[in-house]
Each structure stands twice: as C-alpha cells, then as structure tokens.
Design a protein around this ligand. Structure first.
Ligand SMILES: [Zn+2]
Length: 177
C-alpha cells in the first residue's frame, strides 16, 4: 500500500518518547502478553542503521525484496506491493529515522499479509489513534487520504512504525517468522 503524507518534506519534530505512551502502544498490540514489557524507551531520532539493517535482513529472509528508487510521486515515501512481495523505499528520506519509519510501516503491511488481515483487534483502534495523535499528529491526519476500507491497516502501520525498533522486529518475527 502506498505510504504517503501530506508534507513529506517536513520531518516530524523529535518528541519525547514517554514510557507510558510506549507501554500503551505495545499493550494495544494483539498478543502483547508475549512481548517483553521491559520497555527501554527509545528516544525519537535514536533509530540507527543497525535497526534498519536488521529489519531488512528479516524481510529478505522472509522472501521480501526491499528496493530503493525514485518514486516521482509527491508525498510518496514507500509502498508494499503484495503481488511482487516488494517493499519500495522512495529516495525522499533525509535521516535514518525517516528511513526506519517507512521501512517499519511497509513491513507492517507485510505482517498484515502474513496474518491474512489486521494484526490488531479493532477494539484497540480508538486508543491507537489517540496515541498516534499525541505522538505523530500528521500521521493520524494523513489517514483521511485513504479510502475507509484501508484506514485500519494504515493506522496499524503508522502506529507500529512509532514503536521502538526492537518491538517492531519482535512483531515481524511473530507474524512472518
Ligand atoms: Zn501504508
């Protein structure tokens, strides 16, 4: 699914990553009981290339092609193509954090494909939207650009991309490992 935001040129400002917020985010994920709750908050901006490489390796092992290219569509940052099982990272990112966000977002769409549908229970979606509104309001606002039937999947992808990388990697292993 295409992943776009209204204004991709403006990186999201770094925000404090509260322990409580992360706990709420993780608790809302299906099967959270099996995920470690020893949550070391990861400061926004702390994403490094190591996390990106780790997730890329997991994706590759699962058979997903990850490619970079000039997408040429305003606002488009990445996409996941189900048919070819390919994640495209558009050449629009200007920090590892931004690359991570797009990779984690598109990897969530692959998790949805592995599971054959949503990875969260719909009863959690309201609280997920509220958490996202606090942490990344522009991400929540961009959901309006999508048809109604895609919004739950896009909410999951945006929400998951805000989790600490270790949690995203655990989720990927859980659903696609
Ligand atoms: Zn998406």
């Amino acid at each position: 699914m295409p992943h776009s935001r209204p204004d991709p040129q403006t990186p999201a400002p770094a925000k404090p990553n509260g322990r409580g917020l992360i706990r709420n985010l993780v608790l809302a994920l299906l099967g959270a009981a099996t995920i470690s709750l020893a949550l070391a908050p990861t400061a926004a901006g702390a994403t490094n290339w190591e996390s990106i490489d780790r997730l890329r390796l997991l994706l590759k092992r699962a058979g997903v092609q990850v490619v970079q290219r000039d997408c040429g569509q305003r606002g488009l940052q990445g996409l996941y193509n189900h048919g070819s099982d390919t994640i495209v990272i558009c050449r629009v990112h200007n920090s590892p954090q931004a690359v991570w966000n797009t990779l984690a977002h598109e990897a969530t769409h692959r998790m949805q494909a592995c599971r054959g549908g949503a990875i969260t229970d719909s009863t959690y979606h309201r609280s997920m939207a509220q958490s996202l509104a606090r942490r990344s309001p522009e991400d929540l606002a961009s959901l309006r650009l999508y048809p109604a039937r895609e919004r739950a999947g896009e909410l999951e992808a945006r929400y998951t991309a805000q989790l600490p990388p270790s949690q995203v990697i655990q989720l990927f292993e859980r659903y696609c490992g």
